[in-house]
Design a protein around this ligand. Structure first.
Ligand code: R1P
Ligand code: URA
Length: 293
């Protein structure tokens, strides 16, 4: 593809020389990045750092960059949902792979490590609240990835075909997409983690089978997802970002992993007595691994 200068309307750089939504400059970003949904979770992660060299905030996007020992890390909050992941992953990629002076894609591309430390609801009785899940795959029921061209692997195509055959989605609903975790990262997160397919939803209530008032268009969603099985793969949990992180990682060439603290169990109908403690435990366990990547 021709390396054309990217116009001011497409890659927006502010007066500080920083990318539009994140308000981060290229030199302010590490190449190993932890994403969290909640902006308040950024300082909850970086309080464990030995040194913080950069802090910025614009809208819901808080960024801290610093060190644990010699390992340079950035922590970025994404807010909620796959629409925000579209913004965050494109801007993180631009910060390393586009020259902000010439507005040209660099000759040498950088592959980032992106690790989500989030919260989630379990879809299996055997995955209790306060436990941790690593997403082997992200299965999107939103429509973000329909806007991008990408290739699925043979295994991903088989899993998607099995999903379409077993899980009845509401008429006019999403065209599901599925992407695999970064294998090198996943292999580092094994001891003390459940592993399975994570379903990413375009909402917290009806899109995750929750109804406070009103009626669900698809009352069988949870049962269908819990019962899904294909060659040893099962669906472990629901949340709102993973498939988009994995999908954008595929499109842009980054290594991605999503790890969740289970705060709700939808089968047992339980919620964590102390979700904050579960997230803190995930942060400590996650940082122990991430600092050695
Ligand atoms: C919903 O409460 C939010 O929590 C989960 C979902 O993915 C969604 O963003 O993750 P975070 O706790 O990381 O935000
Ligand atoms: N986040 C979600 O998206 N769903 C849950 O049930 C819990 C956390």
């Amino acid at each position: 593809m021709e390396n054309k200068r990217i116009a001011e309307s497409e890659l927006i750089i502010n007066s500080r020389g920083a990318v539009y939504h994140l308000d981060v400059r290229p030199e302010e970003l590490a190449h190993t990045i932890i994403t969290v949904g909640d902006p308040d979770r950024v300082p909850a992660v970086t309080k464990h750092f030995d040194k913080i060299e950069h802090k910025s905030q614009h809208r819901e996007f808080v960024t801290h960059t610093g060190y644990i020992g010699n390992k340079r890390l950035s922590v970025v909050s994404t807010g909620i949902g796959t629409d925000n992941i579209d913004i965050v992953l494109n801007e993180l990629d631009a910060l390393v792979n586009i020259d902000f002076q010439t507005r040209l894609v660099k000759d040498q591309l950088t592959s980032l490590q992106v690790i989500r430390l989030g919260t989630s609801g379990a879809l299996q009785d055997s995955i209790p609240v306060d436990s941790f899940v690593v997403s082997s795959h992200g299965l999107g029921l939103d429509n973000l990835m329909a806007y991008y061209a990408f290739e699925n692997t043979t295994e991903e195509k088989q899993l998607l075909e099995a999903f379409r055959g077993q899980v009845m989605l509401q008429p006019g609903g999403a065209n599901p997409c599925l992407f695999t975790a970064g294998e090198d990262l996943r292999q580092r997160f094994t001891d003390g983690f459940h592993t399975g397919i994570t379903v990413t939803c375009p909402g917290f209530y009806a899109p995750q089978g929750r109804m406070l008032r009103g009626q669900l268009s698809n009352p069988n969603l949870i049962d269908n997802l819990t019962g899904f099985s294909y060659e040893g793969h099962r669906i472990t949990n629901f949340e709102m970002e993973t498939s988009a992180i994995y999908g954008m990682g595929r499109v842009l060439g980054h290594q991605c992993l999503s790890v969740s603290a289970i705060v709700a169990n939808r089968i047992r109908q339980e919620f964590s007595k102390d979700g904050g403690a579960a997230v803190e435990a995930l942060i400590q366990k996650g940082l122990g691994i991430i600092a050695t990547l």
